[in-house]
Design a protein around this ligand. Structure first.
Ligand SMILES: NC(=O)c1ccc[n+]([C@@H]2O[C@H](COP(=O)([O-])OP(=O)(O)OC[C@H]3O[C@@H](n4cnc5c(N)ncnc54)[C@H](O)[C@@H]3O)[C@@H](O)[C@H]2O)c1
Length: 304
């Protein structure tokens, strides 16, 4: 290490300190929400649950909505919800199986020619098998990885170039609390969501290195939400989140360009504790909260 290396390190420490102070100040100063009226928001998994609610919320904010889903019925239901708003909402929808890379690129080409550039991309579609490792068929595990994580590569590669050109845009990942904490019977789901969180963090860093400060990256990691996806889970201590609460918090985080949102707020404490507590201490706490056994009663969507 020579004199210049030491100088660079000291400089980096000073700048880091500045960013820490900035973060503390920003924590107390209310941050304004950006205006998204007239922007195009593409939401995957727009035919149900969170994706449908995000479509409605961004439509209320004056955005053009591009819904992508494997379910034509779901996309039709979202159309109905948007019509019920009694606003002139511009809604385009596309059937696409996100586990198929070719279909994603085909749909992306259609979106670009029908609607134009996408300003906010929300990778939201997700599936869960809810089986333990040895009980889960290989095909389902691969499908989980494809829909929950790998698809994000292709949607981002399709829509990021126009954002890079303009140095303007937003990539949002709806991951999960299972993207920062491992849980039994969610092994493939956790793997896919950890991947999605890692992708989002690495993308943010790549953009920061390229000085693309007009493109924002947000990753959302919620606890269970009452949409039906995790029907049957038992949560004796921590109540399941209401979808309207979760979606309002997500929209707020996106409009404030937050990098990461954990839901509920208590998750931040657990996330911090995970950094220095021994794993076994975390496991015991997970047992006490009933979170480690929450999937024992899982039914999910397939058995509905
Ligand atoms: N519900 C929860 O408890 C919860 C908690 C944390 C994170 N999440 C995440 O939030 C996101 C939305 O979850 P949700 O509760 O709204 O689920 P949901 O089941 O209500 O909606 C998922 C949507 O994704 C679509 N989809 C599934 N497979 C697809 C594929 N191959 N191609 C295209 N579309 C496909 C479905 O048709 C559906 O419309 C998911 O990524 C989920 O992992 C949910």
């Amino acid at each position: 290490m020579d004199f210049q290396d030491v100088g660079n390190l000291l400089w980096a420490l000073l700048v880091s300190l500045y960013y820490c102070l900035e973060a503390i100040v920003m924590f107390f100063v209310p941050t304004g929400r950006k205006v998204v009226r007239g922007q195009t928001v593409l939401i995957t998994g727009a035919g149900s649950g969170i994706g449908q609610r995000l479509s409605v919320e961004f439509a209320k904010l004056g955005c053009t909505i591009v819904g992508v889903d494997i379910s034509i019925v779901g996309l039709g239901e979202t159309k109905k919800k948007l019509e019920d708003l009694n606003m002139k909402v511009k809604y385009h929808c596309y059937k696409c199986d996100l586990s198929d890379r070719e279909q994603i690129y085909d749909v992306a080409d259609k979106v670009k020619s029908d609607v134009g550039d996408v300003d906010i991309l929300i990778n939201n579609a997700g599936i869960v098998t809810g089986k333990r490792l040895m009980d889960c068929p290989d095909k389902l595990m691969i499908k989980t990885m494809d829909v929950n994580a790998v698809a994000h590569f292709w949607t981002i590669k399709a829509f990021l170039p126009s954002m890079l050109e303009k140095n303007c845009g937003h990539i949002v990942t709806i991951a999960s609390g299972a993207g920062v904490f491992g849980l039994p019977a969610l092994l493939d789901y956790c793997a896919s969501k950890f991947a999605a969180v890692g992708l989002s963090e690495a993308l943010d860093l790549e953009l920061w290195q390229q000085r693309k400060d007009g493109i924002h990256v947000t990753v959302v990691c919620p606890y269970y939400i009452d949409t039906g996806m995790f029907k049957g889970v038992s949560t004796p201590i921590l109540p399941i989140l209401k979808p309207e609460y979760a979606v309002n918090r997500m929209v707020d985080a996106i409009l404030k360009n937050k990098r990461m949102l954990l839901l509920p707020g208590f998750s931040y404490v657990m996330y911090a504790l995970k950094g220095f507590l021994p794993s076994k201490a975390m496991y015991v706490m997970g047992e006490a909260c009933g979170i480690n056994t929450s999937m024992d009663t899982f039914i999910g969507r397939k058995k509905e």
